[in-house]
Design a binder for this molecule. Structure first.
Ligand code: 2P0
Length: 355
């Protein structure tokens, strides 16, 4: 009897043009396109094993060793159903000699090597690893199935998850089709394109965040007037600018647009009723340090040295280049001394080289 099992892992991605708002909450279709950098080292990653077996009596999932119910109509159920459907359509219905493993139930075990839901994008790596491990289990791999096709399924688990199916620099095109068939992730450039780029993760707090992204962004869609301006007049131009900056390895533009878009996202969060605050005093102090560092450098005609960005939580991610990484770490650690092995109310800093 064959053993049908596969393990895949997917890293977290950190957006430089932020996704915030859905035009379709069931299909998870965004109100604007977004662009992110997938981290490539082992610090922030989900690893998932899927197994299909005729003896299983239902689909089951364990997250960090604890069983999570797969509720009918849930995002989890949707992702599992969609990957099974792809297996049936592309393999089992085309070639009768292929085993019909899509008919078996699956058991799935997923682990994060970092705190869940602390604004460190655990749903992104989690759903990307889940879809990827099921795809490997069912032989839905390139050239038969591209990461972009899988991204259509991961997107229905969590929007930002679609971007974690590629490494390096990834765009999620919002698409225009009502069925979501063109709302998918595409590679802008592999990590190797810009090997001297680093992401520095500054864990300000690993507490579970106050307002979840899902409910926060829906409130923003319903109540913020600023969001409409962002969708129509801000993001489209920034997507183009950012793609070009990445192609040309233009760190000045990359840094300027990254910081501007982080500010814009937190501005629409504040423009929500009631207002949403994701950054705290430490987050804002880190911004002040980076702004001052860049100001001095720009005054000397040397360009930007670092770019901050914040997601739905207080933790900072700082993008910087090889030549500056040591100085930036020293600066951050000197301003925000850390207690060994403890993140809570302190600052943990770790670096990620992209390639
Ligand atoms: C992003 N964030 O682009 C933005 C920036 C948070 C701030 O994507 O409802 O967890 O599961 O689609 O993907 C967080 O949103 O929300 C997010 P759902 P998700 O990375």
């Amino acid at each position: 009897m064959a053993l049908y099992e596969a393990t895949s892992s997917a890293p977290v991605n950190i957006a430089v043009i932020k996704y915030w708002g859905k035009r379709d909450t069931k299909l998870i279709l965004p109100t604007n396109s977004s662009l992110s950098v997938t981290l490539s080292q082992d610090h922030l990653r989900s690893t998932t094993t899927s197994r299909a077996d005729p003896s299983f009596e239902r689909d089951r999932l364990w997250l960090n060793g604890k069983e999570d119910e797969i509720k009918p109509g849930s995002r989890l159920e949707t992702c599992i159903r969609e990957v099974k459907k792809l297996r049936r359509e592309l393999i089992e219905e085309k070639d009768a000699s292929q085993p019909k493993i899509s008919q078996y139930y699956v058991h799935i075990a997923s682990y994060n090597n970092f705190p869940t839901a602390a604004g460190l994008a655990s749903s992104a790596s989690g759903f990307a690893a889940l879809v990827s491990s099921l795809a490997h289990l069912y032989n839905l791999t390139p050239p038969l199935v591209s990461p972009s096709v899988l991204s259509l399924i991961a997107r229905q688990g969590s929007g930002s998850a679609c971007r974690s199916l590629y490494g390096g620099f990834v765009a999620w095109n919002k698409g225009s089709s009502p069925d979501g068939s063109d709302s998918l992730a595409v590679e802008v450039a592999p990590a190797s394109h810009w090997p001297n780029m680093h992401a520095l993760i500054c864990v300000v707090s690993d507490d579970k965040k106050g307002t979840s992204s899902t409910s926060g962004m829906q409130r923003t869609v319903e109540t913020s007037t600023l969001l409409q301006h962002r969708i129509k007049h801000v993001v489209p131009e920034r997507m183009a600018l950012m793609e070009k900056a990445i192609q040309e390895r233009d760190f000045d533009t990359f840094a300027r647009v990254t910081m501007a878009d982080s500010n814009s996202f937190h501005a629409v969060a504040l423009d929500t009723e009631p207002p949403i605050f994701y950054m705290n005093d430490v987050s804002r102090a880190i911004i002040a340090v980076i702004v001052e560092l860049n100001r001095i450098s720009l005054e000397q005609g040397k360009g930007y040295r670092a770019a901050y960005t914040y997601d739905a939580g207080p933790n900072a991610v700082i993008y910087t280049l090889d030549k500056d990484i040591k100085d930036i770490i020293q600066l951050i650690v000197s301003f925000f001394p850390q207690k060994e092995g403890e993140f809570k109310d302190n600052l943990g800093v770790f670096g990620e080289q992209l390639a």
